[in-house]
Design a protein around this ligand. Structure first.
Ligand code: EZ4
Ligand code: CO
Length: 405
């Protein structure tokens, strides 16, 4: 007799920031977890799961991961989108966790085994000015990072994306019961960005990979200019140079610059990146396990990317829980066309709720050898940290026009 899913429940908690976690239990007493966090829209996914998905999981065979994926995706009729694909992802990841625990193997072994010894990760260095950014890059190099994302406050642009306002230097954009109002000014940014790269290269040389997130702020021709102006400093990539949903914008950027391009953290399915991949318009695809339908769907997307020479570069901000990060590392280790993995890390009290078997050394991460994902989730600890409404900011141009954040 095959096992059955006997319980599926959603836990919303805020150990430092909000996380939505799906817990699945089987008739054999195996527990699997999935991340269902959609930053700033958390309760929509919690409801999707609680009200429409969990009841359908009861009695199903937990071993039938692909069939369950198809059942939830095709069965909804209403396809794609961040809420649906995050909910389906949580189920998928929880079932991979169960399968690994039943097999007594880490998930990466179920995905074909390791294709590399470790997963190259990049950390976040930011500064309220260039000297502060240089200090933060140095701190990352001392920790062993081989790749660093660099963001500095643009003079005159209040609340520049990617820069912490706090001395703790940990960037967390979501705050408050209403979105924070920030500003944006393209001309100053385009003049400033090459100076930032120049300063970091002058100080640290070319032995470290430098990444930069534009966060959807430019038009295609502006992005082309940015890419050209950064070429002497050899960025690893520029990310989200234009609003991500317009795939064909990348044709223009591509025609003008050899700076590598990355996009996709807000996209949710293989169809959302089909043109980007098949026309080779980007070098790295940033779709994540938890927002792109789980391990089952993301590995198909990566397989398509592989055919066109595009590598992975998955989103890994702090709003993707340790469950999502573990799932990402298992997939990163296994696929042939891995590129790089974002790693912001999680700060306490998240460690009171989530434990993990993954590790960091010399700029690389490894998911560990624990069966399943290797992540523990303490529901009683989670109950001590109730949900707090928090929104991502908005950005306005100097004349007040709402811009892309
Ligand atoms: O703004 O995860 O590359 N990382 C990012 C992140 C995103 C947040 C949104 O929830 O762009 O900082
Ligand atoms: Co980003």
């Amino acid at each position: 007799m095959s096992a059955r899913i006997t319980d599926a429940r959603v836990v919303v908690s805020s150990p430092g920031r909000n996380y939505v976690t799906l817990v699945v239990e089987t008739s054999d007493g195996v527990v699997g977890v999935g991340d269902a966090t959609l930053n700033g829209r958390e309760l929509a996914v919690a409801s999707y799961l609680r009200d429409h998905v969990c009841p359908l999981l009861l009695g199903r065979d937990p071993a039938r991961i692909e069939d369950t994926w198809q059942y939830l995706y095709k069965g909804a009729y209403w396809r794609r989108g961040p809420v649906t694909m995050t909910a389906v992802a949580a189920v998928d990841v929880a079932l991979w966790d169960v399968k690994g625990k039943v097999a007594g193997l880490p998930v990466y072994q179920l995905l074909g085994g390791a294709s590399r010894d470790g997963v190259l990760v990049y950390g976040h260095a930011d500064g309220r000015d260039v000297p502060e950014l240089l200090d933060r890059v140095e701190a990352h190099l001392e920790q062993g990072y081989r790749a660093v994302r660099i963001q500095a406050a643009v003079p005159g642009v209040v609340g520049t994306y990617g820069v912490s306002k706090h001395d703790g230097r940990i960037y967390e954009p979501a705050s408050g019961a209403r979105p924070e109002e920030t500003t944006w000014e393209t001309t100053s940014y385009l003049d400033f960005a090459p100076r930032v790269f120049e300063a970091v290269r002058d100080r640290f040389g070319f032995g470290v990979h430098l990444l930069h997130d534009v966060h959807h702020r430019l038009t295609p021709i502006e992005a082309a200019r940015l890419g050209k102006s950064l070429e002497p400093y050899r960025p690893f990539w520029i990310e989200d140079a234009t609003p991500a949903e317009d795939q064909t914008a990348f044709r223009t950027i591509r025609a003008h610059t050899t700076t590598p391009l990355a996009v996709g953290e807000v996209l949710n399915s293989v169809w959302d990146v089909q043109t980007l991949l098949t026309e080779r318009l980007v070098d790295y695809v940033r779709t994540s396990v938890s927002h792109t339908g789980g391990i089952s769907h993301l590995r198909k997307l990566y397989a398509l990317a592989e055919l066109y020479g595009v590598r992975s570069g998955a989103h890994g901000a702090g709003d993707l829980s340790p469950v999502a990060h573990a799932a990402a590392l298992h997939l990163d280790l296994a696929i042939p066309n891995f590129g790089i993995q974002e790693h912001m890390g999680h700060r306490d009290p998240a460690g009171e709720v989530f434990t993990s078997s993954y590790s960091f050394a010399d700029g690389y991460m490894h998911p560990g050898e624990a069966p399943g994902l290797g992540v523990g989730f303490d529901e009683r600890a989670a109950a001590r940290f109730p949900y707090e409404p928090r929104y991502l900011p908005v950005a306005r141009r100097l004349d007040g026009t709402l811009h892309d954040w």
